[in-house]
Design a binder for this molecule. Structure first.
Ligand code: NAI
Ligand code: MG
Length: 369
């Protein structure tokens, strides 16, 4: 059997509470489905700073590099607000992204039928929505040099950020988008601003060439990113996979996320390049939300974002598509039965705790397995 090495990094705040619920699923899959996950645990974020003064230890970094996939909870909280910049909790996540070269950030926006009423858009606009935003994560204007504020000496200052994309960076993110589309509805929409940005002209050209050379079986559209934002809220179901740069992807994925409701529902994946020998991609899966210090320790956290991140892990790192689909179906069924944590409850619905939500999803997953 292929190896299934998983590193769990629960982190801070509600991170460990959500991870406990994923652990129940892993235990079920190991004990009853002989899934053979080899689990390691590590410490990250504020918890790691408290333990040894660093946001992640070299030992845990080595475990992450050796794992087939990393499940990450959340980091940070007021307790660490004044620790030095280099060892602040977020530095652990940034180090993981950098060392694992996680250049592709996948943010699905899925609207569970039971929650369509909760969207800020009309239910028929979002019901059944299932789109995937693929955002370039390691290049572009967040990293390009020069990046500085210059004092012009005349009472004025100048702030500079630089958008840079090289061919290989665009090729590899486009490749991820086309490959994912093949297992979905086979359609990619590339978004940039070629009308006003040189990097947008190159982006458009490289995506077009990559498509022609390797993925001509997939349908490809181009859209200006601002128009794309408009279309996302007008009729999001026209999209399947959207591929875009770091900056536009940051904004468009947040817009898409809110089409479908609470932060407590939103998973994500970050993928690296395939390994030269095994062809396996390095990968980290995490909920979109943070450590939610306001509700930490109260058993109120919605574990679905973390559980749905694990479903993405099954699909993208372990090729366990059937199990991933079942887990997503289990989540949908539990929501259909009106089971809600307080963040997604409306009106006078009764609510359940983090642990009860996890138990219900395991029960439903078992019934479907
Ligand atoms: P947050 O996502 O932690 O919380 C925002 C709001 O959403 C809070 O009211 C929270 O209670 C609620 N919420 C979030 N996840 C929830 C869940 N699963 N179930 C129910 N309610 C949920 O963002 P915030 O408050 O801005 O940041 C808190 C801390 O988390 C900060 O230290 C921040 O730096 C860190 N953070 C870490 C991230 C990461 O580890 N990737 C991402 C975002 C923030
Ligand atoms: Mg953002």
């Amino acid at each position: 059997m292929t190896s299934r090495k998983l590193l769990l990094l629960p982190g801070d705040g509600i991170g460990p509470e959500a991870m406990t619920e994923v652990r129940k699923l892993i235990d079920f899959m190991n004990n009853e489905l002989q899934a053979g996950f080899e689990i390691e645990e590590g410490v990250v974020g504020g918890a790691a700073y408290d333990a040894h003064g660093q946001a992640i230890s070299e030992e845990d970094m080595a475990k992450a590099m050796a794992a087939d996939a990393v499940l990450f909870g959340a980091v940070g909280g007021p307790k660490w607000d004044s620790v030095p910049y280099d060892v602040r909790p977020e530095a652990g996540l940034l180090r993981l992204r950098k060392d694992m070269e996680l250049f592709a950030n996948l943010r699905p926006a899925i609207c569970y039928p039971a929650l369509a009423e909760a969207s800020s858009l009309k239910p028929d606009v979002v019901e059944g929505l299932d789109i995937l935003i693929v955002r370039e994560l390691t290049g572009g204007v967040y990293f390009g040099e020069p990046k500085e504020i210059i004092d012009l000496g005349n009472g004025q200052k100048r702030g500079i950020d630089t958008q840079i994309y090289d061919t290989y960076e665009i090729e590899r993110i486009a490749g991820v988008a086309f490959e994912l589309a093949r297992n979905r509805r086979n359609k990619v929409t590339s978004m940039e601003k070629r009308n006003v940005m040189k990097s947008g002209v190159l982006w458009n050209e490289v995506v077009t060439n990559t498509h022609k050379e390797r993925y001509s079986d997939v349908e490809l559209d181009h859209m200006l990113a601002d128009a794309g934002g408009m279309q996302l809220v007008r009729w999001p179901k026209q999209f399947d996979v959207i591929v875009t740069d770091n900056l536009f992807g940051d904004m468009l994925s947040d817009v898409a996320a809110m089409l479908t409701g609470s932060l407590g529902m939103l998973p994500s994946a970050s993928l690296g390049a395939p390994d030269g020998k095994t062809g396996k991609r390095k990968a980290l899966y995490e909920p979109v939300h943070g450590s939610a210090p306001d509700i930490a320790g109260k058993g109120m956290a919605n574990p679905i974002a973390m559980i749905a991140s694990f479903a993405m892990c099954l699909k993208y790192s372990f090729d366990m598509v059937t199990e991933a689909d079942r887990l997503e179906a289990a989540i949908a069924n539990v929501l259909d039965r009106g089971i809600r944590t307080s963040d997604i409850a409306s009106g006078d619905m009764t609510t359940v705790s983090t642990g009860q939500m996890g138990d219900e999803i395991v029960k439903e997953f078992r019934a479907l397995s």
